[in-house]
Design a protein around this ligand. Structure first.
Ligand SMILES: Nc1nc2c(ncn2[C@@H]2O[C@H](COP(=O)(O)OP(=O)(O)OP(=O)(O)O)[C@@H](O)[C@H]2O)c(=O)[nH]1
Length: 292
C-alpha cells in the first residue's frame, strides 16, 4: 500500500465542537476554543503525519446565515473547504435544538463522502444518542455515524483509522513535519482574540479584530505588538475598562498562552483602535486576511 494523503473538512454549526475536535486530532492547540459561538473566523489547517499518511484537517467557521461581509467571507471559506475535501466530518451537537438546514444546504452539490460526528454525548444519554444516530443515518446516508465527546473522550485513534481508510493514495501535500499552514503571527492574534471572546460580553467579541503589527523574535524573548480593532468609541472604552483594568486582564492571559505556545518569554503591548463598521467594509476585511 502506498502513501495516503488527503484533505478532511470539519464543518458544522457554531459551537458544535469543531475546534475542540481538530485540536484533539492534531494533538496541539491549533484552534482557539471558547464557549461562545462563531469563535473561528478563518479556515485553519492542522496536519496529522505518519510514515504512511498525511491527513490535512481543516477547521472551518461555524455555518450561519451571513449578516455582514465578514460572515460572507467566513462562509466562502466553509464552501471552499467543502469543495476541496476528500472527506467531510460533519460535527453536530447532540443537544442541538435548532435545525441544521443551513448545514445541509452547504452540503448540497458536494460529491465528498461525509462522516457524521454526534458530539457532546457526555451531556446526553444512550436513548438520545441512539435516536440521533438513526436520524443522521437516514437523513444523510453518511459513510458512518460516530457518537463522540471531543472534549472528554475524543477517541481519536478509531476515528483517525476510519478517516485514513477513505483517503486516496497520494504524496504528502505539506512537509511531513508541518503541523499547520498558519504562522506565528496568526496564532498570536488568535490567542488575543480568544481572551476577548472570554472576557467580554454581547457584541464586543464579534465587533473586534486583532492585528499583529510587530513580532520580533529575540533569543530570549518575543516582542509582540497588537492592535485591537473595534467598531465604535463606546466599544473602545469597554475593551480598555476602568483605568485599563480589562485590557490588562486580556494582556495577562494572552501573554500566558503565548508563553506556553512559543515556549519563550513574551513582551506584549496592545493598542485599541476604532474603525467604524469594519465588518461590513471589503477593503478592511481584505486587509485583515478575509479575502479568500
Ligand atoms: N460537554 C462538552 N462540551 C464540549 C465538547 N466539545 C466541545 N465542547 C464545548 O463546546 C464549546 C464550543 O466548542 P468549539 O470547539 O469552540 O466549537 P466550534 O464548533 O469550533 O465553534 P465555532 O468556532 O463557533 O464554530 C466549548 O465551550 C467547548 O469546550 C464535548 O464533547 N462535550
Amino acid at each position: 500500500m502506498g502513501h495516503k494523503a488527503g484533505f478532511v473538512s470539519i464543518i458544522g454549526k457554531p459551537n458544535a465542537g469543531k475546534s475542540t475536535l481538530m485540536n484533539a486530532l492534531v494533538g496541539e492547540k491549533m484552534s482557539i476554543i471558547t464557549p461562545k459561538a462563531q469563535t473561528t473566523r478563518h479556515r485553519i489547517l492542522g496536519m496529522v503525519n505518519t510514515d504512511d499518511y498525511q491527513v490535512v484537517f481543516s477547521d472551518t467557521p461555524g455555518i450561519i446565515k451571513p449578516h455582514y461581509a465578514l460572515h460572507e467571507s467566513m462562509m466562502h471559506q466553509v464552501q471552499g473547504s467543502i469543495v476541496d475535501a476528500d472527506l467531510i466530518l460533519l460535527v453536530t451537537d447532540i443537544n442541538e435544538k435548532h435545525d441544521e438546514t443551513d448545514v445541509m444546504k452547504r452540503l448540497e452539490g458536494s460529491q465528498s463522502p461525509v462522516i457524521v460526528l454526534i458530539n457532546k454525548v457526555d451531556l446526553s444519554d444512550a436513548d438520545t444518542v441512539n435516536a440521533k444516530v438513526a436520524y443522521w443515518e437516514e437523513t444523510l446516508q453518511p459513510l458512518a455515524v460516530f457518537a463522540i465527546s471531543a472534549l472528554k473522550a475524543p477517541n481519536t485513534e478509531e476515528l483517525l483509522k476510519f478517516v485514513v481508510s477513505y483517503l486516496p493514495e497520494h504524496a504528502a501535500y505539506y512537509e511531513k513535519d508541518a503541523l499547520t499552514d498558519r504562522n506565528d503571527r496568526f496564532f498570536a492574534s488568535e490567542m488575543i482574540r480568544e481572551q476577548i471572546f472570554k472576557q467580554y460580553k454581547k457584541e464586543i467579541p464579534y465587533s473586534t479584530e486583532v492585528v499583529i503589527t510587530a513580532f520580533k523574535e529575540e533569543e530570549n524573548i518575543y516582542r509582540i505588538s497588537a492592535e485591537i480593532i473595534v467598531e465604535r468609541d463606546s466599544q473602545k472604552n469597554i475593551i480598555i475598562g476602568q483605568g485599563g483594568s480589562m485590557l490588562k486582564i486580556v494582556g495577562t492571559y494572552a501573554r500566558r498562552s503565548m508563553e506556553e505556545f512559543y515556549q519563550k518569554k513574551i513582551f506584549l503591548e496592545m493598542f485599541v483602535k476604532v474603525i467604524s463598521d469594519w465588518r461590513s467594509k471589503k477593503n478592511y476585511l481584505k486587509k485583515f486576511g478575509y479575502d479568500d
